[in-house]
Design a protein around this ligand. Structure first.
Ligand code: AP5
Ligand code: MG
Ligand code: ZN
Length: 216
């Protein structure tokens, strides 16, 4: 399966992507996670991306599109993938379509996790992420069993630098102007499916599985 996950910051893309990736055995590719890994390793890509991410702005299309094409060209993506946080602009969506066409494939579905803005701020400011494996928690909705420690690997969980109230507001503005248009884009392509992302984490996953079915 070739899936794109759409939704505003804090919709639960990363949370659901982990479960989808496990159940359907497809790699979870999060451009945000790849950028954060590069930032922590201080690579040239990370150094360039950091300035944009810390302000809540998008990393330029030129950098992002090349990164995703490189990733999707690798062997582990041959039989399918789950993209989380890409595409985020119509130019990225067009580039993805072109790339898949050149490789004789296409997307199966663009899955929108629909969450209105009034839910987002509480989700984002309460989020905590593992510094080592990237697992994501919420101090109220999904706390780790031991305070401040990751359930998966035991390392520290911390707040993301771009999860402060001011940066979240900026990210939501960027989403509205640059990413929201992708909903109409994928609807016109006949690929859009929507789930109600305001439900509990396991209920959202159930709705997603109903759409994706039991095939791999
Ligand atoms: P990225 O890392 O992709 O951030 P994002 O899209 O803003 O989304 P988030 O990761 O913040 O939210 P999410 O939907 O994954 O929610 P989560 O599951 O964690 O991108 C970061 C930055 O990188 C961008 O701002 C940009 O600068 C750059 N970037 C990345 N991709 C790019 C691209 N393609 N082009 C250009 N720039 C790019 O959940 C959030 C919280 O809510 C968690 O605490 C979770 O536990 C909780 N939660 C989840 N589901 C539920 C639920 N159903 N009920 C209650 N709580 C829930
Ligand atoms: Mg995420
Ligand atoms: Zn961890």
């Amino acid at each position: 399966m070739r899936i794109v996950l759409l939704g505003p910051p804090g919709a639960g893309k990363g949370t659901q992507a982990k479960s989808i990736s496990n159940k359907y055995s497809i790699p979870h590719i999060s451009t945000g996670d790849i950028f954060r890994k590069n930032i922590s390793e201080k690579t040239p890509l990370g150094i360039e991306a950091k300035g944009y991410i810390d302000k809540g702005h998008l990393v330029p299309d030129s950098l992002t599109i090349d990164l995703v094409k490189d990733t999707l060209s690798q062997e582990f993506c041959k039989n399918g993938f789950l993209l989380d946080g890409f595409p985020r602009t119509v130019a990225q969506a067009e580039a993805l379509k072109e790339f898949l066409k050149e490789n004789g494939t296409d997307l199966d579905v663009a899955l929108l996790i629909d969450v209105p803005q009034n839910f987002i701020l509480e989700r984002m400011t309460g989020r905590r992420v593992c510094t080592s494996c990237g697992a994501s928690y919420h101090i109220k909705f999904n706390p780790p069993s031991v305070d401040g420690k990751c359930d998966v690997c035991g390392n520290d969980v911390v707040q993301r630098k771009d999860d402060t109230e001011a940066t979240v507001k900026e990210r939501l503005d960027v989403y509205d102007s640059q990413t929201q248009p992708l909903i109409n884009y994928y609807d016109a392509e006949g690929l859009l499916k929507t789930v109600d992302g305001t439900k509990a984490i396991n209920e959202v996953f159930e709705s997603i599985c109903n759409i994706l079915g039991s095939d791999k």
